[in-house]
Design a protein around this ligand. Structure first.
Ligand code: SAM
Length: 279
């Protein structure tokens, strides 16, 4: 790293409500030599709203290979760059991730400037356990690859948080129910916007809801986690039951899922649970 290297600031921007713009991110955008944006027209509107007149360059999925080295050169020459995505925290399911990694590899200081993020905003109001959680971003677009991915993730014992485009959501939920069973889930729509909505239920009830209210706007899917892989169930099954119940799964369902995975009689687990509770 040269002594004169500049800094890459990863600046979060609102995911809908402009009041979520932080004073710190505004200052970074004002002070940066260059603002690298996923969509310059979109970001120009944001900057105009806040009366910021910075130098904008584009950095997006389709020019990141070419534009990345140019930005890195500017950083190495001592410039300060503020990176913003269309919405939320750059680096979460957008091209910001690559630039941050390249800057780190080049020894350039990378400073996060936190703010809105769709995944966390959905998770905290989902009613599902936030510890642990697993962020999966977007599932593959091809049905075959998507089904493989869902299979691969079916035993993750953590609440799953996913992004999805509205035109694909119904297909994705159908695949999810087939791969994961009818787990609890929350559909979070249009977060922080006028039509913000949470639909909390199960995969099947979310599907029924969408059949009646065709999906419009932006969505985050928050889905109850699975249980340890049936191929290698480890430890005491009663501990697994208790872990699921601690995540909010009801007793009956936790018992039946764990009994299946560990191949033990449900009744035996139920009796042990009662015994332990002194019931
Ligand atoms: N970097 C962003 C972040 O920190 O959340 C995410 C960028 S990703 C390209 C865009 C996806 O985030 C959308 O397709 C949607 O799934 C989700 N998203 C963004 N804004 C949202 C909102 N206001 N309500 C619900 N989901 C949103």
């Amino acid at each position: 790293m040269s002594d004169t290297a500049g800094t890459l600031y990863l600046c979060a921007t609102p995911i809908g409500n402009l009041e979520d713009m932080t004073p710190r991110a505004l200052r970074m955008l004002r002070e940066a030599d260059v603002i690298a944006a996923e969509d310059t027209r979109h970001t120009r509107q944001l900057l105009t709203h806040f009366e910021i007149h910075g130098t904008l360059v584009s950095y997006h999925e389709h020019n990141k290979e070419k534009q990345g080295p140019i930005l890195l050169e500017q950083l190495q020459a001592g410039k300060t760059i503020a990176l913003v995505s269309d919405a939320g925290f750059p680096g979460i399911s957008d091209p910001g991730e690559l630039l941050a990694r390249q800057a780190i590899e080049a020894g350039i200081p990378v400073v996060p400037v936190p703010g809105a993020n769709a995944a966390l905003t959905a998770l905290v109001a989902s009613g599902l356990s936030s510890t642990p959680f697993f962020f999966g971003g977007f599932l593959p677009k091809s049905r075959k690859n998507r089904r493989e991915k869902l299979e691969e993730w079916s035993h993750i014992p953590a609440t799953l948080v996913l992004y999805e485009a509205p035109h694909r959501i119904e297909e994705v939920l159908a695949d999810m129910e087939a791969a994961w069973g009818d787990r609890r889930m929350t559909l979070a729509r249009e977060l922080t916007k006028v039509h913000e909505e949470f639909f909390r239920g199960r995969i099947s009830t979310c599907r029924a809801h969408l059949a009646e209210h065709p999906p419009r706007g932006e969505f985050v899917l928050v889905v109850e986690g699975g249980v340890a892989s049936p191929a290698e169930p480890a430890g005491d099954p009663l501990d697994a039951v208790k872990a699921l119940m601690a995540q909010g799964t009801d007793k009956k369902e936790a018992l039946s899922r764990i009994a299946k995975v560990y191949k033990v009689p449900k009744r035996e687990l139920y009796n042990r649970l009662l015994l332990e509770k002194g019931e």
